[in-house]
Design a protein around this ligand. Structure first.
Ligand code: TXA
Ligand code: MG
Length: 323
């Protein structure tokens, strides 16, 4: 049976409490939520997404006051980040309490937690009365959903309910920062909160060991090389002038290309008329989907983003989508 689409918060909260799967909007992307303390419900999340069990899930809370239900302690640096950036697109990996099932953390000692900056999401979690484990609501490795329709398109038959919260404001997933063990925090995934904003607050953070730059592939959790991928082949080209012309060629570009370009390609998706990276992020996954769904297009080319602000997260998604 296809998932029910609703705006009824109480119904969605009731579904979560009963151990069912509820997709819901956050400020980043739609999440596929389940009661994080119910192993059966969490197992269904992995099954619905066809996600491998070694890739752990983020636990969502309605407020930082609930942290002590799932984490052992909150180091000073985490407290500082929480005070500054929660609710918001920052996920922190902290020492988990025993009550958090190993399935949620893929057997790791740390649990990833965040408080989303979408009032409907926080209210849903609050009313459900449980912490909510939620990966992005897309089949494993595929393009993340930023509208309720996106969720229904690819997971409609695997889940129980979609709580419609409108299009996602930020459009790329949260930044994942590893706080434990002690030492400088490690940026496991660039995301909706910029590295600049974090470093302005707490000083330099590290990249994962072994990574030479932000777009290097990793095999640790959160760093799977192929991800966020369209069905069609995606190629990153440094400059649009290097892209072969053709009516079957689709192009994803930060800002308007010249007239000459528009005549060369089958379809161009422009992410922001003014080249604004925040606007580009909010349009990114939907534009990639449109290219993927466009019958005329056989191959997708994308040009890289400036390497600052949300450009870091966007380049990371592009690089993984292109593998
Ligand atoms: O914005 C977001 O973070 C969205 C919304 C729904 O909150 N969620 C999301 O979840 O993007 P997901 O599962 O698609 O990505 C979570 C990332 C994964 O790359 C995972 O490996 C990493 O966080 N992660 C989760 N738990 C972890 C842990 N205990 N240790 C290290 N990394 C972890
Ligand atoms: Mg995901």
């Amino acid at each position: 049976m296809p998932a029910e689409l609703t705006t009824d918060l109480n119904r969605a909260a009731e579904f979560l409490r009963r151990g069912e799967l509820v997709a819901f909007a956050t400020e980043t992307v739609y999440g596929l939520g389940a009661n994080a303390l119910d192993v059966r419900a969490v197992a269904r999340v992995f099954a619905a997404k066809q996600r491998p069990f070694f890739d752990p899930l983020i636990v969502h809370l309605s407020s930082a006051d609930e942290l002590n239900t799932v984490v052992e302690d909150v180091p000073k640096i985490a407290r500082q980040l929480i005070d500054q950036f929660w609710p918001g697109p920052l996920t922190l990996v902290l020492t988990k309490k025993e009550i958090v099932p190993d399935l949620v953390t893929a057997g790791l000692p740390g649990v990833a937690v965040r408080v989303p900056d979408h009032p409907q999401a926080r209210e849903l979690i609050r009313r459900s009365g449980v912490p909510v484990a939620a990966p992005s609501a897309n089949p494993f490795g595929r393009i993340s959903p930023t509208t309720a329709e996106h969720v229904l398109q690819h997971l409609g038959n695997e889940i129980d309910l979609v709580l419609d919260g409108g299009p996602c404001r930020i459009g790329v997933e949260s930044t994942v920062l590893q706080i434990i063990p002690e030492g400088a925090p490690v940026l496991l995934r660039p995301g909706g909160l910029t590295r600049e904003a974090i470093e302005a607050e707490i000083g330099p953070i590290c990249l994962p060991e072994g990574s030479r730059n932000e777009s290097e592939s990793q095999t640790a959790p959160g760093q799977l090389p192929k991800h966020y991928a369209p069905q069609k082949k995606l190629i990153v080209a440094e400059d649009w002038r290097h892209i072969p012309a053709g009516s079957c060629v689709g192009v994803l570009a930060l800002t308007f290309l010249c007239r000459e370009a528009s005549e060369r390609f089958g379809h161009i998706e422009t992410l922001s008329a003014t080249g604004d990276l925040n606007e580009a992020a909010s349009n990114f996954f939907a534009a990639l989907r449109r290219l993927d769904d466009n019958q005329k297009i056989e191959v997708i080319y994308a040009t890289p983003f400036p390497a600052h602000g949300l450009g870091l997260a966007l380049n990371d998604r592009l690089a993984r989508a292109a593998r």
